[in-house]
Design a protein around this ligand. Structure first.
Ligand SMILES: [Zn+2]
Ligand SMILES: [Zn+2]
Length: 196
């Protein structure tokens, strides 16, 4: 998988995607992960930014397969665990972009205030492209703090029975169902019921 593949999936090239791409590469290398065996890789991501799209493409860790777990901490931290061995690596982004020059600073302020003129966009886009390139060519040790460890085994994706919500009649998987007075509800109906 190349950065181009990630761009195609994500829809644009950006610094966040580039960082995710480097995280993914670094993880695969650190864990010596080989897609051709029965091993599986689980990714735990602590943000839901552009970076995560690159991780899905490059590592094959996806939300739908259940081997991508999202912890909403707003941190640029990514943990990868190889199953069944439990070999793991935690990758924390420490990279600092090169400082903005005066023009970039002014244009960024104007952009942040909502200005979308050609002048502003040209400088902002150029700055982003430069950042993307810097990330793609930087050494992994410049970008990340990596720590290897052996993890407890994360649970595999499970299949749960479905129940039917008493209010809307739609199906809901058992662990997500709520009950009140022996009646089963889906979460939206339960919440609407509590706060009518
Ligand atoms: Zn993006
Ligand atoms: Zn319902």
């Amino acid at each position: 998988m190349t950065f181009k593949d990630a761009v195609q999936f994500h829809g644009h090239s950006c610094p966040g995607l580039a960082m995710g791409f480097r995280v993914a590469e670094t993880a695969l290398e650190a864990l010596d992960f080989d897609r051709s065996t029965d091993e599986e890789l689980v990714a735990i991501v602590e943000n839901n930014s552009c970076a995560v799209d690159a991780i899905q493409v490059v590592c094959g860790c996806t939300f739908g397969k259940g081997n991508l777990q999202f912890r909403d901490y707003g941190k640029q931290v990514y943990t990868f665990i190889k199953r069944p061995s439990g070999e793991a690596v935690r990758i924390a982004v420490k990279w600092k972009p090169r400082p903005e020059n005066e023009q970039e600073k002014t244009m960024w302020q104007r952009y942040a205030r909502g200005e979308r003129t050609e002048d502003v966009l040209r400088v902002v886009h150029a700055r982003k492209a430069k950042k993307t390139k810097d990330i793609l060519v930087a050494g992994a040790e410049e970008l990340f703090d990596c720590r290897r460890f052996t993890a407890d085994q994360p649970e595999t994706a499970r299949i749960y029975p479905s129940l039917r919500c008493n209010q809307c009649g739609e199906k809901v998987m058992e662990p997500k169902a709520r009950t009140k007075n022996n009646e089963v509800f889906c979460i939206p109906c339960y919440e609407a019921h509590l706060n009518p």
